[in-house]
Design a protein around this ligand. Structure first.
Ligand code: ADP
Length: 334
């Protein structure tokens, strides 16, 4: 199900480097966040100080890593990139913190997945630019204070609700990233097409944008699939026909639903008359794990208003019947 998933592995992330906007002005959409960040960054720059620590919250693929690089760029400082899962011991974090240069940006992706001891060390580092390095073990262990240069922590999380309050409170500013409007994604597609030297027309860009689930990473991915199709099956031009045919091959429909999404909805309508049906029953009916249905398919279907979670089970909405073109029985819920 990778094609329509907002996340990326390290290989894809490397390939994405060429597509990342480098300045706030070049960053498409997210007007509120951009406006707020501009004030935070320019305010600090004007005072000649480091800005508050910044938390970027939102689903994968919306531009958190990109924004962290833009923040460093706008401040004219270097950036160090690491992630919560990469920091298993407090010592790992101490090593990174003590090697930062003055004003540097430290980007900590998936900050909610840091180990507890590292998290506690981070509190002090964020607040006082100081850490206590513990030397030795047992009763003879001593804490040696270590001064740090002022730095800006940029944390990113897909689950801001999972952050412990003491950590959340130490961020001076939280940017809440929203899914992108189709018009913004169209701009992302045009921008990427230009950088990758892909010939794509306006209608094709709109077609890709409307199927990209509000997520720039997915838009860029679909653009590459359309390019392949146009090159192999067509004359290389990214027309709307090429876009539609390419996305049909990958089973991505007009609303951005993929095969799994339609299997879930299809079972709900055809086998359970629109529900309510329990999650595990639904998963068994389509031969998938419950986790896959719950975590991969459902969030998008709920966001699209096609499926609802109720205390009695999952139900299809009237929009789901319409989308799959199945006549809605009188007895159906929704
Ligand atoms: P995240 O860190 O939130 O998972 P990334 O910053 O890695 O997301 O962005 C994923 C891809 O989408 C990158 O290739 C990036 O260039 C592109 N992208 C994200 N946001 C924007 C934007 N606002 N404008 C243009 N491209 C964007």
């Amino acid at each position: 199900n990778r094609l329509m998933d907002g996340g990326a592995d390290s290989e894809e992330r490397a390939a994405e480097m060429a597509l990342r906007p480098k300045s706030l002005g070049d960053f498409v959409g997210q007007h509120k966040v951009r406006q707020q960040l501009e004030l935070v960054l320019h305010g600090a720059k004007g005072r000649g100080s480091t800005p508050d620590h910044i938390l970027l919250a939102g689903p994968p693929g919306l531009g958190k890593t990109t924004l962290s690089m833009i923040i460093a760029n706008e401040l004219g400082v270097p950036i160090r990139i690491t992630s919560g899962p990469a920091i298993q011991h407090a010592g790992d974090l101490a090593a990174i913190l003590s090697s930062l240069t003055e004003g540097e940006v430290l980007f900590l992706d998936e900050i909610h997945r840091m180990s507890r001891p590292a998290e506690e060390m981070l509190y002090m580092a964020m607040e006082d630019f100081r850490v206590d390095v513990i030397v030795g073990k047992g009763p003879g262990a001593t804490a040696i204070p270590l001064e740090l240069p002022p730095f800006t922590l940029v944390g990113a999380t897909t689950r801001s609700g999972l952050l412990p309050a003491p950590l959340r409170d130490r961020f001076g500013f939280t940017a809440h990233m929203e899914f992108y409007e189709p018009g913004d994604l169209e701009q992302v597609v045009h921008r990427s097409a230009k950088l990758l030297e892909i010939d794509i027309d306006g209608e094709a860009a709109a077609e890709i944008a409307s199927r990209s689930r509000g997520t720039p990473r997915i838009a860029n991915r679909l653009l590459r699939r359309v390019r392949d199709f146009a090159q192999v099956k067509g004359d290389g031009r990214g027309t709307v026909e090429a876009a539609r045919n390419a996305l049909a091959v990958y089973e991505v429909d007009e609303r951005g639903l993929d095969r799994l999404d339609r299997a879930v909805l299809g079972a709900l309508l055809n086998l359970f008359q629109g529900g309510p049906v329990g999650l595990s029953t639904l998963a068994v009916a389509i031969g998938e794990e419950t986790d896959t249905v719950e975590e991969v398919a459902e969030p998008f279907l709920v966001r699209q208003g096609l499926l609802a979670r109720t205390p009695r089970g999952r139900i299809a909405t009237a929009a789901a019947w319409r989308h799959l073109g199945v006549p809605m029985p009188r007895s159906a819920p929704g």
